[in-house]
Design a protein around this ligand. Structure first.
Ligand SMILES: [Zn+2]
Length: 134
């Protein structure tokens, strides 16, 4: 599945700078010590819009997922299915992301995952989650 070309918009520069270096960077509310998604605009607890950026470990667990099947190409080849997931970061926030390197049979709630970054030739890097075993 083609996710298109990602372009940074100024608000998200720290996220993409981190992604370029294979680091997951999320928002942090200093007054509540809450970790929030990279696109959070304010803290749901105290309402502040003064959010800092903080490194996340990249560790996550699978909450739920869906499998999408692409349309066969003109030559009849069928693209592999794409796994779209909702994952819970170890720091707490939930993110939507694609899964990579998974088989349908191994998917289960709570599956340990780790964030990885794809670096396309064009556009910004994007985040994927892969199964993780220590
Ligand atoms: Zn807060």
């Amino acid at each position: 599945m083609d996710i298109g070309v990602l372009r940074r918009d100024g608000r998200t520069d720290p996220f993409f700078d981190g992604a370029a270096a294979d680091r997951l960077v999320i928002k942090h509310c200093a007054s509540c010590d809450h970790r929030l998604t990279p696109d959070a605009g304010d803290c749901p607890d105290c309402g502040t819009t003064e959010l800092a950026w903080a490194d996340a470990s990249g560790a996550a667990s699978l909450v739920t997922w869906t499998v999408t099947h692409g349309r066969p190409a003109a030559d009849g080849t069928v693209p592999p299915p794409a796994f779209l997931a909702l994952v819970e970061l170890a720091e707490g926030p939930w993110l939507h992301a694609r899964l990579d390197g998974v088989e349908r049979a191994e998917l289960r709630e709570g599956l340990p995952l780790r964030a990885v970054f794809a670096h396309p030739d064009e556009g910004e890097p994007y985040m994927l989650f892969r199964p993780w075993t220590e």
